[in-house]
Design a protein around this ligand. Sequence first.
Ligand code: FES
Length: 434
Amino acid sequence: NVEEITALLDEENGTLDPRIYSDQDLYELEQERVFGRSWIMLGHEAHVPKAGDFLTAYMGEDPVILVRQKDRSLKVFLNQCPHRGMRICRTDGGNAKSFTCSYHGWAYDIGGNLVNVPYESEAFCEDFNKAEWGPGQARVETYKGLIFANWDKNAPNLREYLGDATFYMDHMLDRTEAGTEVISGMQKWVIPCNWKFAAEQFCSDMYHAGTVSHLSGIEAGLPEGMELSDAKIPTVGYQFRAKWGGHGTGFYVGEPGMLVAIMGPKIAKYWTEGEAAARAERRLGSAERARQLMVQHMTVFPTCSFLPGINTVRTWQPRGPNETEIWAFTVVDADAPDEIKEEYRRQTLRTFSAGGVFEQDDGENWVEIQAVLRGHQARKRRLNIQMGKGRSAADNPHYPGSIGYVYNEEAARGLYHQWIRMMTEPDWDTLGPK
Ligand code: FES
């Protein structure tokens, strides 16, 4: 019921009902209302460069196939054979001329059209029409290399949906006219917690990085001769809450010590000095944005998250209220020197990957909270989401959107505000950007 769901977040007093992370009924509703109507990031254009290249992916719990077409366009269709419901394609990706269901052999072309049915004339009635029996098609649009899909034909187009968040996405995706490419494969792993812990942290939580969670990991990986105090964990930085849509980001501004401590001196130098940094400055329009804005976290609602500077990109795949499958890959400027690409591959494996040192810190926090929420008392007590309340404003001369201090929960309130609207508004007529 609308009133009950709306009461899960009290923005005015800054409290949140923890049942949003554990309730099975809410989970079922969010499959329909959130994942059935939002733009979901499935991968990067570089994952499917040639005609017939495909990835199998998910939109919520719905399996889909993403395929590059002969005319370079992209199609996304449900990975479910409309005959008796079998998964059409059971591999992670590759190149295909067609897809044949392994149950009874119905075959689909790369556009998702049903093209062959064994014993069609002998076994099916005369009014059977193959054109009516392809799998459901989703809308597909891209933003600077990232591929998004949406089931809802009434949703706004992707650019409109992203709104003022594109300014902050470009900091990673548009530093050079060459765009970005993907290095290494897609890493996939499962953690026992709700997807919203991960999406919220990447949207809104720099607080954990500057306080306790990552300090031992930073210390353990410091380049030779560097002390933790040299990293000078910045105190200057901002957080952005999107005007509409639940997107958010936060970033430090200033000295590159934190980037050196996390990603090493080679990447910090590439990001802040030399030709690549100068080119990014010209392209992005200011040194503050290109060179001094670093170690950024970001979520595009609901499940597309990334860390510009560190350059890991991921999508949080819900697998029930208590489980999330993480799919992660690394992007890098397509024209970066090979040495920098290799360094990004090495450093993101070390820091943010299935075995990454910072990934372990994050996962430990989310998994422990989920375990605590098995308790009845723990689910009764509302959580505090007050940080930065009433202190953000939309008048920063450098940064669009509602801007506040970097340690903040304004963007988290924005994410849950959008989640509640998606869960309660009947359609895009009232949901859309105003
Ligand atoms: Fe796919 Fe029968 S379920 S052909």
